[in-house]
Design a protein around this ligand. Sequence first.
Ligand SMILES: Nc1ncnc2c1ncn2[C@@H]1O[C@H](COP(=O)(O)OP(=O)(O)OP(=O)(O)O)[C@@H](O)[C@H]1O
Length: 357
Amino acid sequence: MTPSTTVTGDWLLEVNNLSCGYGGDSVIRDISFALSHGDIGCLLGPSGCGKSTILRALAGFLSPNTGEIRLQSQAISLPGRTLPPEKRKIGMVFQDYALFPHLTIADNVGFGLKDLAKSEKRQKVMELLKLVHLQDLADNYPHELSGGQQQRVALARALAPEPTLILLDEPFSNLDADLRRRLSLDVREILKTLGISAILVTHDQQEAFAMCDQVAVLRDGQIQQWDVPYNLYHEPSNRFVASFVGQGGFIPGRTLGPDAIDSELGVIHGNRAYKWEPGTLVDVLIRPDDIVYDPDSDLRPKVIEKTFAGTSTLYRFRCSEETEFEALFRSHLDFHLGESVPVRVEADHLIAFERTG
Ligand SMILES: Nc1ncnc2c1ncn2[C@@H]1O[C@H](COP(=O)(O)OP(=O)(O)OP(=O)(O)O)[C@@H](O)[C@H]1O
């Protein structure tokens, strides 16, 4: 789906041509995307691109200037007509957990269950705490729990009123890298088990890729690409997505045919047919995993940078002033700065953009 097309169909969430912002200005401009029932979507982008603003519009804290938001086919946001947050059946999980410090874990989780009898409420709370593996800490207080545990409580609390959609605003950014990874996978499993849809806001692409079914890459208030993680990495729709997602950089090339480009790294073939005339000047995306060590190769660029990272080493190579690229090798392949190393390109996905300027 292209980002700016109006969406139609049987979706859980539909955002159609939405523009919204602050004080009459639009920070978000004409965005459209749709989420299927049970899917986890992500808003990914650099700081200030408008991720939280979209989340606020979904939650009902901001009214649209134009466009609409539909949840289960019901219009919940239209210009001048916005359903209040508490009537949306949307749960929220925040970066700072936002638990009530004076309430026990069980009371935090049960906070939104005002209509249930005491015994029913306790049963439901214990079921939710079991789901997030915290049933033994029901009578503890938030300050007695680790950050990861507190975020599980926040998730259980958001799930308690059985929302239609959960919004997760940078929920793991206060946690260390290892815990982030584990908790994001746990949260995905919990949401999938319950069949609850969610929108995650993050600027961490590994988290987005590990946890989400569909990801929107945003820049300056507009969606650049809304796609599955594999396509964002291997089929980026423009230069910004290509540079923002994953590692890598561009080298100059010249098209030989629809699926072959000549460059200082030799002729690069791919699985994509481009419509350019032969001889068109292009920039070719080279990712570090597109380059392999090959002792038989005649291509011998020089190492100009080297970053040791334990199991692997990231090298930066130079063929000429115009052609520099990175390669990721297992760390037993140990080369020194200035050394000429035999390498070749091994890329299935040929990503190129016509050179401008
Ligand atoms: N309450 C506000 N009033 C006016 N402008 C705001 C307000 N909140 C955000 N903005 C502006 O809107 C733009 C988008 O902000 P937003 O918080 O949505 O970005 P973000 O992608 O979530 O950034 P981050 O990753 O840093 O949280 C920014 O230029 C920001 O300065």
